[in-house]
Design a protein around this ligand. Sequence first.
Ligand code: ADP
Ligand code: MG
Length: 393
Amino acid sequence: MKKTIKDYELSGKKVIIRCDFNVPIENGVIKDESRIIKSLKTIKYALRKGAKVILMSHLGRIKSEEDKEKYTLKPVALNLEKHLKRKVTFINETRGKKLEEAIKNMKNKDIILIENTRFEDLEGKKESNNDKNLGKYWANLGDIFINDAFGTIHRDHASNVGIATNLPNGIGFLVEEEIKKLNKLINKPKKPYIIVLGGAKVSDKIGVIENLIEKADYILISGGMSFTFLKAAGFNIGDSILEKEKIPFCNKMLEKYPDKIILPIDVITAKELKANVKTHERFINEIEDEMGLDIGPKTVKLFKQYLNDAKTIFLNGPAGCFEIKEFSKGTKEILKIIAESKAYTVVGGGDSIRAVKEFKVEDKISHISTGGGASLAYLEEIKLKALSVIDEK
Ligand code: ADP
Ligand code: MG
């Protein structure tokens, strides 16, 4: 078991908490604060225990000087003040005298938010390549390091691996909960266990398919990725999205697990991916020179039969191009079935979470994983860099 924030005496200690404040911001306005809200439990706990709280996070990707204005964490400091009802001192640098002075002058229960860790990527990708000196420098600013950023737990960055290897450390409540809930999908999941995969590409999900197919009873495949499977199964897929180089992988899976992999039987097609375009409902052996952009109603019905009996369901990847109304029905229907299910239900993936919110089923899903790539990596049971360096109890 990993050490957690609860394993430390925090009073008077400078506690660095690596959060995931990677929220969508437009013109200084936060468009979705759910990641910030999920971080509050750990921050409030540290405050209650009388810590000096130093918060760090990345935001977006920093490739040029201009990106800095767009991706400053300043709006997050203001948002945090609103939720915590305490002053949050924002320091607009990632290292330097101002930061060091501010930390030196902290009193118990003070809060500092350091500027976007990826500002350090401008010169030699110091944050994203885990520059050893940068990790050490940040570690020197505190006494204890708590990693509560699940979204980057599979990354080897200075602000997670770098600091953790130089300080006593543990995980926060958000990461602890993610692990607990995702573990239910790997360790003795209640059966029948059904996995619903979708999204654009097979290549993003190979590891998950390989690791989970043995544990699951069925894998229902939808979305763009289904077309590489359908092609492998011998269907004409027209102009649908195809990853040619993944056909051998799909073939191998279809041969090895012919009864476990369930493919769509009908699709919604169009000549172009745009709103108000003319659409057709086709059986998969009727696709013409057009693209399959959503699963059809007969596939929804078929998937429902499997999902009805499930005791555990994991969904990753939308069933169609749900961003456009004409191709959103499949995703919406599948999410509704999952929302109404009595099974233990987990949804992971950035776009899938967006769909969950759009179709307003958030409250009816047992667990919505905050990390996209991170939750997949966890389910693949590969070594997560930033978690593996956290001390064991
Ligand atoms: P997640 O972020 O939930 O893991 P992905 O990133 O794998 O999901 O995939 C999301 C994208 O897949 C969406 O933008 C959606 O438009 C796209 N998609 C779904 N179905 C299709 C399809 N039939 N053809 C092309 N793209 C698709
Ligand atoms: Mg995505």
